[in-house]
Design a protein around this ligand. Structure first.
Ligand code: HEC
Ligand code: HEC
Ligand code: HEC
Ligand code: HEC
Ligand code: HEC
Ligand code: HEC
Ligand code: HEC
Length: 550
């Protein structure tokens, strides 16, 4: 009798396993009368978690005969109980062998042994890994099923349905390592990933889950190896000289590399760090400068709209134009402004990758690779324009006289501000460039020096890594971004106000295109320059001195 029963069991088990093995892309398992739990559980009912069975049927476990009972039965069952659980068609009977809550804390710990019972090499790897002895805040350890879906049993890095597949690993690891996830998302890599660059490394590129502690010389994160990690992607362009690996290692094999790579500030003094110093200084600067100019523009607008109807009448009836800007000046402005706009749009979308606008901008630009190219081409135009602009001054072909700040500008500024706030009713008489235009000009000279130098550092990061420590690159990125924010906001509240919204020139001061400004506007905004021009013309009506005035 016993023999027959055993033969029957082996036979039915064989039929069952072979029916699963031969099933081609099974949507549901071929059901025989005495297959195990799936007989009930294959049915598409939400309440019995059909999705688990479905993913199991498609898994490596299913095709290798790792059935439900291999994982779900209570500990210490005998052969006979296994068989009963395997063939039972009654729910209560079947369930009497089944662990009540397989996701519970104690079961999670048990699964280390259950999974490890078959995956022996992984078990020993895991036990000596950072997670093998790790404890969470609630005291429980890390289990295989925290990182692997038991039913899907997907190949970790090559199967898209895996919880560890590129992109998915952020959620899986980030569940426990919230701070690391947050700081990773702040890195250049993280931001690129958010906007769709799939070439960047995610957690599992650098961490391999069962990794040994980083003190272990075999760990990819060991100080001697970590440079190779980056060189895998950043190596190509720098292998020419000393060897990419040595450069990265040279730079990264210090105590704090992980912090740099995770974008946490490695250089800190007590509660302060350089990064937070940069952030708070720029924050104050942006609020202060933008606030100041917003206030001035608002007051200016209020004062001008009061007398607007009168002024507009005189302004509009007066069709006379005054030539102010040479062609070379206008071309410089055009290249400068258009490259600035492109730089701002393409750059800020990377600085703020989570915003909806950024997603749209990157799409319109044709993807992340195009975004990078556009940013760099625009940067070249920006730099060349700057060089073209300063060369004549450096070669002393032109005098910067017009642009230099003089004592008069400080007095003008005081008087103008008092005028705007009704402290006096005398508006200062301003020349070719008003004090606030000079201020804007010199601020943009300093700003350009900052963005160009930090930008070059970022662009040439691979060759520069030999010369500068990685933290410096990290600060360069921060400063580059902040400076851009400052520039864009000042342009919006100050420059665009004066050239577009300003009631005296509204709808726009077209002098950037035509080189000419309306006589009435000149009278109001640049009376001293107008006097110069008038004086010149009356002295010699045939010379157009204006072409040389910039
Ligand atoms: C006769 C049908 C039937 C059989 C056979 C069966 N189950 Fe179930 N099972 C159910 C139903 C229905 C539920 C839905 C929850 C409930 O009503 O208890 C369920 C729920 C479960 C749950 C979830 C428990 C919960 O609280 O959410 C697990 C785990 C489970 N079954 C495992 C198994 C395993 C393992 C086997 C095979 C040893 C098995 N079942 C055999 C019908 C069955
Ligand atoms: C490789 C081991 C393994 C196999 C094989 C397996 N399971 Fe599971 N199952 C688990 C683990 C582990 C959990 C708990 C998952 C969690 O909470 O993250 C689970 C959870 C479940 C749950 C949900 C229980 C709940 O309380 O929410 C159901 C239902 C279930 N499994 C049914 C099945 C069925 C039916 C089969 C066979 C087709 C099967 N499982 C095969 C390991 C396995
Ligand atoms: C009864 C033995 C057995 C148990 C228990 C078991 N596995 Fe497996 N597992 C296998 C076999 C066999 C394969 C398929 C062959 C292979 O790829 O190693 C497999 C495959 C896998 C794979 C896919 C590997 C790949 O590269 O495709 C993962 C991941 C996996 N198992 C994780 C787990 C986890 C997590 C558990 C515990 C919840 C577990 N296994 C429990 C036997 C088992
Ligand atoms: C912290 C997350 C994590 C935990 C916990 C974890 N693993 Fe893994 N496991 C991974 C990652 C990541 C990989 C991929 C490694 C690679 O491909 O280099 C992997 C790979 C595997 C593979 C497939 C190896 C291959 O070559 O295809 C198996 C099988 C596996 N783990 C089983 C287990 C078992 C069993 C446990 C529990 C003892 C466990 N894992 C615990 C993250 C984890
Ligand atoms: C269930 C929670 C959990 C999950 C999921 C998890 N970890 Fe961990 N991990 C821990 C705990 C707990 C430690 C112990 C050190 C600590 O407290 O940070 C640890 C430690 C580490 C360490 C070493 C820290 C050190 O101080 O040396 C690394 C690296 C790491 N995990 C990476 C990962 C990666 C990559 C993943 C995703 C594949 C992952 N972890 C998934 C909980 C988790
Ligand atoms: C899987 C490939 C890969 C690995 C590995 C990798 N990176 Fe990157 N990294 C990228 C990509 C892609 C970019 C974005 C390049 C672009 O389009 O501007 C990038 C950009 C960067 C940047 C910004 C460059 C700039 O223009 O400012 C820095 C800094 C950087 N990586 C540092 C590192 C360091 C340090 C490591 C090693 C810990 C590393 N990367 C590993 C793919 C990788
Ligand atoms: C570009 C490679 C890279 C990527 C991507 C990456 N890490 Fe790291 N990670 C490192 C290096 C290198 C170290 C630390 C080595 C050191 O400190 O010497 C580290 C350290 C850690 C640590 C330990 C921190 C400590 O206190 O020592 C944890 C935890 C961690 N990473 C989790 C993650 C998680 C989660 C992700 C994904 C969101 C991730 N890492 C992405 C390279 C990376």
């Amino acid at each position: 009798m016993k023999k027959i029963a055993r033969t029957l069991f082996i036979l039915s088990a064989f039929i069952f396993f072979s029916s699963i093995c031969s099933a081609e892309a099974p949507d549901h398992v071929a059901i025989t009368n005495d297959t195990d739990c799936q007989n009930c559980h294959h049915q598409k009912k939400k309440e019995i978690r059909h999705d688990f069975v479905k993913s199991w049927t498609e898994s490596a476990h299913s095709s290798s005969g790792v059935t439900c009972i291999k994982c779900h039965l209570k500990k210490g069952l005998g052969q006979a109980d296994f068989y009963k659980a395997f063939v039972s068609q009654k729910k209560d009977e079947a369930h009497s062998f089944v662990v009540k809550n397989p996701g519970s804390q104690e079961m999670r710990a048990d699964f280390i042994d259950i999974c490890g019972g078959c995956h022996r090499d992984k078990l020993s790897e895991f036990k000596s890994s950072v997670h093998g002895n790790a404890r969470l805040k609630n005291g429980r350890g890390v289990s295989c099923i925290d990182c692997h879906d038991p039913h899907r049993a997907a190949a970790p890095t090559s199967d898209k349905s895996s919880k560890l597949y590129k992109g998915e690993d952020l959620k899986t690891c980030g569940k426990c390592h919230k701070d690391m996830l947050a700081s990773y998302m702040n890195t250049f890599h993280g931001k690129q990933l958010t906007l769709g660059n799939s070439l960047v490394p995610t957690c599992n590129y650098c961490h391999i889950g069962h990794e040994p502690p980083k003190e272990n010389p075999d760990s990819v994160l060991h100080a001697n190896n970590v440079g190779n990690l980056c060189a895998g992607c950043h190596g190509d362009s720098i292998t020419g000289g000393i060897g990419a690996d040595s450069m990265m290692i040279h730079n990264l094999n210090k105590e704090s590399t992980g912090k740099v790579i995770h974008y946490q500030d490695p250089v800190s003094f007590g509660p302060f760090s350089i990064a937070s110093f940069i952030n708070s200084s720029y924050f104050v600067l942006v609020i202060g400068v933008v606030g100041f100019f917003t206030l001035l523009s608002t007051r200016d607008y209020m004062k001008k709209t009061k007398g607007a109807s009168r002024r507009r009448k005189t302004g509009e009836s007066d069709k006379r134009m005054v030539k102010r800007f040479s062609l070379s000046w206008r071309l410089q402005h055009l290249f400068w402004a258009s490259s600035f706009i492109l730089l701002a749009i393409s750059g800020l979308s990377l600085k703020y990758p989570d915003s909806i606008m950024s997603g749209i901008i990157v799409k319109v630009m044709g993807g992340m690779a195009m975004r990078s190219s556009i940013h760099r081409v625009a940067a070249l135009v920006f730099i060349i324009t700057a060089i073209v602009h300063v060369t004549p001054y450096i070669l002393k072909l032109k005098s910067p006289r017009n642009m230099l700040l003089a004592k008069k500008d400080f007095l003008d500024a005081l008087l103008h501000v008092s005028y705007l706030f009704d402290r006096t009713d005398k508006m200062p008489l301003m020349g070719r460039y008003a004090w606030y235009q000079k201020l804007e000009y010199w601020a943009s000279v300093i700003g350009a020096c900052i963005v160009i130098s930090t930008g070059i550092l970022m662009w040439g990061f691979e060759p520069f890594i030999k010369l500068v420590p990685l933290p410096l690159l990290h600060y360069a990125q921060m400063i580059h971004g902040w400076e851009a924010v400052l520039a864009v906001l000042v342009i919006l509240v100050h420059h665009l106000y004066h050239t577009v919204l300003n009631p005296v020139v509204f709808p726009m001061d077209f002098s950037w295109l035509t080189g000419k400004t309306r006589y009435a506007v000149m009278e109001h905004e640049h009376p001293l320059e107008l006097m110069d021009i008038e004086g010149d013309k009356s002295n010699n009506p045939h010379t157009d001195k204006l072409e040389t005035l910039d």
